[in-house]
Structure formats: structure tokens, C-alpha cells
Design a protein around this ligand. Structure first.
Ligand SMILES: [Fe+2]
Ligand SMILES: [Fe+2]
Length: 236
């Protein structure tokens, strides 16, 4: 073995030894996530502007679902681990299914979506950040683990908004179909992460990815409320 290569493996072994156990590290990420989600949930409960109702918030959800589907699609191609690849494939399909269910619900509410392009305004800063991530550890941490946990919390706030506005059917769609899928996507990230955060470098990347994802989510939530009067919107 060449000296340089031997050095590479020695370094990697050192990193393995030095890094906290992967399970303990992911438990630490849970705590970071829970603290930010509590803040985001509180802010999301602020009522939207008077002109924003269930239909307007469902239209916002369409872009989130399309972006989540694209995110899983672009990442699944790069993975070799069949469990992760198939998990992302399921997520990709689930998000597409959510888009269809939401579009059907909008149609039932009398909202015409013909000609609607959910990406007409371009991809969101959240999507652009996720797309920039290079490692499996970062992708799992930011996407399935953090963004899908965010979706669970936001969807329940939205379901409560639907209840308060007499739309039990939309609340049911979220509570019985969409949110359980988002919970599965979060659990996929939670379950797979320990395999991909065995070195200090991967752990640091994953931690930063979770923190940055949550920070972007909070910033976007503030901008949507201040500029558009949007609050209580569902996730993805
Ligand atoms: Fe999802
Ligand atoms: Fe979704």
C-alpha cells in the first residue's frame, strides 16, 4: 500500500476512534431539532392575513411537495445502499402523491389549477441549499431528518387552522395520509444517519446541515409572514 494511502486510512481510523458514537451523536441532533421545532411551531401558529385561507395555503404546499419530490429523486441516484436508495425512491413517490392529493382537494374546493406551474417563481432558497449538499451525511441530516420533521410540525398547525375554518376534510387529509408519510420520511433519515456519521468530519457536516436547514426555515417563515401575510402553511 502506498504511504499516502496508508496515511489516509490511518487518519480515517483516528477519526473513527475520536468521533462520539454515531447513535449518541444522532441523539444530540434530536435535541437540536426539538428546540428549533418548538420555536418554529410557535411562530407558525400566528394567524395569516385575512385574505389567506385554506386554499391559498394549499397552493403554497404544492411547491413544497414538488421540491421535496425532486430532492429525493436527485439524491437517490447517487446512493449505493439499497435501503437508502429505496427509501428515497419511496419519498419521491410519496411527495408526488401528496401533490396530486392536494391538487384534487383544491379542485373539490373549486380552485382551478389548470395552467398552474408550482415552480413558476423558481426553486426556493431551501431547495437551492439542499441541492448544494455533497455528502450523504449532510443530505440525510438536512432533508429527511430535519425538513421532514419540520413538515410534521407545520402540517399539524395547518390541520388546526383547517379545523378552525370548518374544513375537516382537508384536516383529515393531512392527519391521516400526508403527515404519516412525512413522519416515515423523517424516520428514514433518523434510522439511516448513524451509518453515515461515523467520523468527526461527517458529524460536523451533519450538525451544520441540520442547523442551517432550520435557520433557513425560520427565515423563510418570517419573510412569508411579513411580505405575503402567509402563516400556518403546511410543509412538504
Ligand atoms: Fe415528505
Ligand atoms: Fe409531502
Amino acid at each position: 500500500m502506498a504511504a499516502g494511502l496508508a496515511g489516509h486510512y490511518t487518519d480515517r481510523m483516528d477519526a473513527l476512534k475520536a468521533a462520539p458514537e454515531a447513535d449518541a451523536f444522532v441523539a444530540g441532533l434530536d435535541a437540536l431539532l426539538a428546540a428549533a421545532l418548538a420555536r418554529i411551531e410557535e411562530a407558525a401558529k400566528a394567524p395569516p392575513a385575512a385574505q389567506i385561507g385554506v386554499r391559498e395555503l394549499l397552493v403554497v404546499a404544492l411547491r413544497n411537495e414538488i421540491e421535496a419530490s425532486e430532492e429525493a429523486a436527485m439524491w437517490l441516484i447517487a446512493e449505493r445502499d439499497p435501503e437508502l436508495k429505496l427509501g428515497l425512491a419511496r419519498q419521491c413517490g410519496d411527495e408526488a402523491k401528496h401533490y396530486r392529493l392536494i391538487a384534487d382537494r383544491l379542485a373539490a374546493l373549486g380552485h382551478d389549477l389548470s395552467g398552474h406551474d408550482p415552480l413558476a417563481g423558481g426553486h426556493s432558497p431551501m431547495f437551492r441549499y439542499l441541492k448544494s449538499l455533497d455528502t450523504t451525511a449532510e443530505r440525510l441530516a438536512a432533508g429527511p431528518f430535519a425538513r421532514e420533521a419540520l413538515a410534521k410540525v407545520r402540517n399539524e398547525v395547518f390541520a388546526q387552522f383547517c379545523d378552525a375554518h370548518g374544513d375537516a376534510e382537508t384536516a383529515r387529509l393531512y392527519r391521516e395520509i400526508i403527515t404519516p408519510d412525512e413522519a416515515y420520511h423523517h424516520e428514514l433519515g433518523r434510522r439511516m444517519l448513524p451509518r453515515y456519521v461515523r467520523t468527526r468530519d461527517d458529524q460536523e457536516r451533519a450538525r451544520r446541515a441540520v442547523a442551517r436547514t432550520l435557520q433557513i426555515a425560520e427565515e423563510l417563515q418570517d419573510v412569508a409572514r411579513m411580505k405575503l401575510g402567509i402563516s400556518s402553511a403546511p410543509g412538504c
